[in-house]
Write a protein that binds this ligand. Structure first.
Ligand SMILES: Cc1cc2nc3c(=O)[nH]c(=O)nc-3n(C[C@H](O)[C@H](O)[C@H](O)COP(=O)(O)OP(=O)(O)OC[C@H]3O[C@@H](n4cnc5c(N)ncnc54)[C@H](O)[C@@H]3O)c2cc1C
Length: 407
């Protein structure tokens, strides 16, 4: 008899893992309190950002901290009231700025990102959703950064094993004529990709899972225990041979119930959809403005900003609206009405690595904390976690992603 497994959380991480587990013969149930795919996985920028191998804990951020506290609409924001809560996370973040830690974390990020596109191709082909991955690369563009600094950045990426091409202003304009002629250059990452509809990836996974007989239970896991049992909010229980927590930014209390204390917090991010064409054919990030523009099926998505304000504070729509003037600076001809601002909870750990791990119980596993890269890393995380859970050898050493690395 095959093993029964409960996947808690139906975001892109849980759904991709559910797909791998069922494909390898497990009897899977997905427990999701909301509509699957409506968490962070719904509104992300759709960028398969495999070039992002540098951990976010970067000493270059240090001079910006005073502005982060004071400017409510800047790209990084810590809500003053939330500061005492996030301080322990920040201290660990600072600790991860040392060069040895950065090198270690970068290697661990590269190990996942380097496989991400190939794993997504395989996964999407297996569910008949290949068009949801567009492989045209992506751009990082510059307005005020000097050209020699742009080329130094390109060298840094090359040294980290990322394929990159430096483009001067003319080459950039030839590649993406909609971009403002005032841009001074850009980095083209040919091995990245994007999705014209990240929510559709979750929907395609749900459809494929249902066809394979995977059960979906709508409910909220209130507690889990070492036997693989889940108690639901409002009563009721689910039991399986194994369970895996993929509850994104909400995973921390569930891990704590098994004695695992993880410094998981949320970097809240925003998007604004413009119901009109951008004229772009690939995602474009701004080095100075710290946001991204992605051409999507429903228009143009402007996304970005990091806000530390926890899981409870209401969204600040201005943080999304401020993206429109930024977009106009990059794309002078952009037209179309802005839709409703959206906010999502990135699940983030101070070392920029996810937790891909067994637990203190042989029946409980964890896959969460994919921060800015959950879409990028979902298919690879799913392959690694399914191997770990089903007693096969994962093709990447999972030691850097263990849940007990913060002890
Ligand atoms: C503005 C923005 C832009 C982004 N852009 C990109 C990008 O371009 N590329 C990229 O790779 N990543 C990007 N990300 C990050 C990416 O979206 C996340 O890392 C990813 O979606 C995390 O997936 P997840 O499945 O872990 O979490 P989620 O999608 O949040 O899913 C977690 C699910 O668990 C459910 N849940 C929680 N607790 C319980 C419980 N107790 N019981 C039952 N269900 C529960 C929730 O309802 C939710 O559906 C972006 C994020 C944001 C906010």
């Amino acid at each position: 008899m095959s093993e029964s497994i409960i996947v808690i959380g139906g975001g892109v991480i849980g759904l991709s893992l559910a797909w791998e587990l069922q494909a390898q013969g497990a009897r899977v149930t997905v427990l999701e309190r909301d509509e699957p795919g409506r968490g962070a996985s719904y509104g992300n920028a759709g960028h398969f950002a495999t070039e992002q191998v540098f951990p976010l804990a970067d000493p270059a951020l240090l001079p910006q901290i005073p502005r982060m506290l004071l400017d409510p609409l800047g790209p990084f924001r810590i809500k003053l009231k939330y500061l005492p809560r996030v301080l322990p996370w920040m201290l660990r973040f600072l600790f991860n700025m040392t060069s040895s830690r950065r090198r270690q974390n970068q290697r661990a990020l590269s190990a996942i990102n380097g496989r991400a596109i190939a794993d997504w191709r395989t996964l999407l082909a297996s569910i008949g959703a290949e068009p949801l991955l567009s492989e045209r690369g992506s751009l990082l563009v510059f307005e005020s950064t000097a050209n020699d600094e742009q080329q130094r950045m390109a060298d840094g990426f090359r040294q980290a094993g990322v394929r990159v091409e430096w483009l001067d202003a003319r080459q950039l304009h030839e590649l993406e004529p909609a971009l403002s002629p005032s841009l001074t250059g850009g980095l083209l990452f040919p091995d990245t990709g994007h999705s014209v509809d990240p929510f559709a990836i979750c929907q395609a996974l749900v459809d494929a899972l249902r066809k394979e007989g995977v059960g979906f239970v709508q409910g909220e896991a209130r507690s889990i225990d070492v036997t693989g049992s889940v108690t639901l909010k409002g009563g009721g229980q689910l039991q399986a041979d194994k369970l895996v927590v993929c509850a994104g930014a909400w995973s921390r209390p569930l891990a704590a119930q098994l004695g695992h204390r993880v410094p998981l917090d949320t970097e809240r991010g925003y998007h604004l959809m413009i119901r009109g064409e951008s004229g772009l054919s690939r995602p474009v990030s701004s080095a100075e403005r710290k946001f991204i523009v992605t051409p999507m099926a429903g228009g143009t998505r402007l996304a970005g900003t990091v806000e530390f304000a926890g899981l409870q504070a209401p969204m600040n729509p201005r943080r999304a609206e401020i993206l429109l003037p930024h977009a106009k600076a990059l794309l002078p001809a952009i037209t179309g009405q802005p839709g409703e601002p959206w906010m999502g909870f990135r699940p983030s750990l101070p070392d920029s690595l996810p937790v891909l791990s067994a637990s203190s119980s042989p029946k409980v596993y964890f896959s969460f904390g994919h921060q800015h890269l959950g879409l990028t890393q979902a298919a690879t995380s799913a392959r690694l976690m399914s191997a770990l859970m089903l007693g096969r050898s994962p093709h990447v050493d999972l030691a850097p992603y263990r849940i007990d690395r913060f002890c």
